[in-house]
Ligand binder design. Sequence first.
Ligand code: ATP
Length: 596
Amino acid sequence: MRGVKEAFARFWPLTRGDRGRLALVVACVIVAALAETASILLFAQLTDEALKAGSLAAFWGPAGAWLGVAVVGALVGYLGNSLAVWTAERFVLRLRASVFRHVQDLPPDFFQRHRQGDLVERLTGDVEAIEQMVVSGVVGTVSAVFSAVLYAGAAFWLRWDLALATFVLAPLFLVAARRFAGRIKEAAQDERVADGAITSVVEESLGNIVLTQAYNRRSAEERRLHREARAWMRASVRGARASEMYEQFVEVVETLCVLAVIGLGAWEISQDRMSLGQLLAFAAFIGYLYPPIRSLGQLGLTLTAATAGAERLGEILDERPAVADPAEPSRPVAGRPVRGRVSFHDVSFRYPGAAGESLREVTFAADPDELILVTGPSGAGKSTLSKLLTRFYDPTAGAVCLDGIPLTDLPVEFLRENVALLPQHTLVLRGTIRENIACGRPGASDREIEDAAREAAAHDFITALPDGYDTAVAPGTAALSGGQLQRVALARALLRRAPVLVLDEPTAGLDGPAARQVTQPLRRLRAGRTTLLITHDLSLAPHADRVLVVDGGRLVETGTHAELLSRGGTYARLAAPLPAAVATGRSADDTLSLRV
Ligand code: ATP
């Protein structure tokens, strides 16, 4: 029950704004139960006064009243149920939106730790399970408790001694619910985990379909899916068995109660202490008592199953974003335009949970109009620099500054408006090319979008497509080549008009000419912005204002391409295969780009 309490404390606040409606639903439920009670009493009256006495005259009054009560009950029932569904769905909407908002702020390592399918399951199945507890659960409990008390009260009012005798069996329901709760919760939790695993396997397999087909991994993937599907099947059957056992047990207890009522009633009628109408009404009240008691027992089971979902969702909600807005944001927010000076001061960084530091005491500064090329061996820490500069993480020691202000003093949204990132993997949204560029700056005009595409050397190939800017693309699209997609991504970053532009391996996977089409515009575009180009591709190095060489998390060399070459250190080794034309900086355009 502690789990239920905790889940309530956590999720009940989300019903704010709908509590008035919830109260109305409960009121409808109460009126519907009162109408039901009235109709049973009218039925008893009809039996004794019209049926037993054989009098049609005694029929009309109670019949008219019964019809009236039925119509009121139907209207109130309709209103209450529709409102209950509406309120429940609104809760689901809100809860899902709030979890989604939270997840979107989590750092990259969170997404590395969690499989996508599992997250999907938490945002769908688990969210609905919590609704079952918080909204439907509350309405269900209030309505079941009220109905049970009302019908029990009516039964007592008719014949307290008979009622007492029948209620002796009631604790059996509670014993049954207790007995099965644990098993059902465990099965529900396993089922959700397995559900997430199945989604993950399908997603991963289809996402890697080329690998699957090229390496004949079909049967291995099928085995993987089969393993997860079997786990799901076992949990599902276990859960269904426990619920079914509970149901059947309750059925037998109910039959016992009904037989007790009929037996006692027959005895009472034979002794002339009860009329047939009274017995029928009494039996009806006892009969009406079962569903609410049953649903209270069932509710206990739903609650325990829902706490499994609440715990899983709680795990996500307890994850804290790696960065947060400052309590008191710094000056640039007040309207001073950002110049774009980037500086790292003795920056060290260790990824959460990692054994060693990925960056150690890195210090450098980059000014507006500068094109800085960052290079180094694989795993040296280059991308980590870009993650700190866009504040996916904060440094473990030292500070990263924009115009001299530590990034931790700037609102995250403001920072990302001013530091545009072109990430290592080309990110494509489902939509048109125009929409893909436009998301760089919502509200940009078509003219601005086309200008950005021109700057990124993308306009010509886009207009040559049959649908031009309206060409549909999607993640994994084959409509555009890697180089073309990369230029669309560059246009998106340029459209942002941010004073700092960070490009992480923009030419990865491209051949020389394609790579040059992506990087060439950067030479022209350095004016007015600070450009950091992280790359293994040194063909642009002769044109960079400075080259930073990172190795083993340290900044080991800084200087121009020519200076670093003559120094004969790490950079000279990395650049060794470059043909003479590039090495002397004569023209990067006429040579193939070689990668370190
Ligand atoms: P490449 O040129 O291959 O892209 P890089 O120089 O960009 O490499 P980074 O991606 O910055 O290298 O990684 C630097 C180091 O940090 C590597 O040793 C890497 O294993 C480690 N690292 C990167 N991401 C994480 C993470 N999320 N958790 C733990 N360690 C990480």
